[in-house]
Ligand binder design. Structure first.
Ligand code: PAF
Length: 252
């Protein structure tokens, strides 16, 4: 596994790779890797000749500076977890990825304004912009994204179609703990008691008869509810518990 500590270093290495006889799978992340990322890397590894992982805590997708500051940075552990299933790791800096100071950005006008986008204005502009930059830099055959971030997945898929990008988007199922809670780097910020209570979140999403009663039951179980919505056969929700924001979705 080669760690490319700059965009420049990666671009030089990428120039030496032949598109014709090697397939590249790309896994974009913000680090703090857990077993959910590991499952995605494993799949990319099984389906491609090379696997490129990016680790970049993208400042433009955080609308709350405190959230950006609190975001866990665990590079050494991330590299150890990735080593088995990754050929290249790109670790760019904000200065390198935003030489234009974020003057140029990608905006989607509909889905990005709802649910997560309504709660976190500008969030998806930041996500789409950084993902477009990374896709252009990596020029992968396939990009692997988790279904846990359902809205992000749909928006990235939509962007690749709208902008005629040649990278295929592969959706990877959400990985859950034995108790049913979706794996997330944010779970580490829950107390032992909070973690036990958080398990009701996916349970209620799955069992409530409709979105409105799911929201009601979640409030009754002690969650602050940002939204619960049913769309395209999926129930999506975002809640807060102990100041930790959790998102999840289940198929109906
Ligand atoms: O899902 C994430 O970790 C991020 O939103 C992504 C796709 C790496 C963009 O920064």
């Amino acid at each position: 596994m080669t760690v490319h500590p700059s965009v420049q270093a990666w671009r030089e290495a990428r120039r030496g790779l032949d598109f014709t006889d090697c397939s590249i799978g790309f896994v974009p992340t913000m680090g703090a890797l857990h077993a959910g990322h590991r499952a995605i890397l494993e799949r990319a590894w099984a389906e491609n000749d090379r696997v490129v992982l990016s680790i970049f805590v993208n400042p433009t997708q955080f609308n709350d500076p405190a959230d950006l500051q609190k975001y866990p940075r665990t590079l050494e552990a991330d590299l150890a977890l990735a080593a088995e299933f990754t050929t290249d790791v790109i670790v760019p800096t904000p200065q390198e990825l935003y030489p234009d100071d974020y003057c140029y950005r990608v905006t989607e006008q509909e889905l990005s304004r709802e649910m997560e986008g309504a709660q976190r204005p500008g969030h998806f502009d930041g996500v789409l912009t950084v993902v477009l930059k990374l896709l252009n830099l990596v020029q992968a055959h396939r990009v692997y994204l988790g279904e846990k971030d359902w809205q992000q997945l749909q928006l990235i898929r939509g962007m690749t179609k709208a902008l005629y990008l040649s990278t295929e988007v592969i959706a990877c199922p959400t990985i859950r703990g034995a108790d049913g809670l979706a794996l997330s780097s944010r779970n580490a910020r829950l107390s032992a008691d909070g973690r036990v209570r958080a398990v009701d979140f996916p349970k209620i999403l799955r069992t409530a008869p409709d979105a409105a009663s799911a929201a009601l039951k979640l409030r009754f179980a002690g969650f602050d509810v940002d939204y619960v919505e049913d769309r395209d056969g999926v129930r999506l929700g975002a809640v807060r518990i102990e100041n930790v924001r959790l998102i999840d979705n289940v198929r109906l």
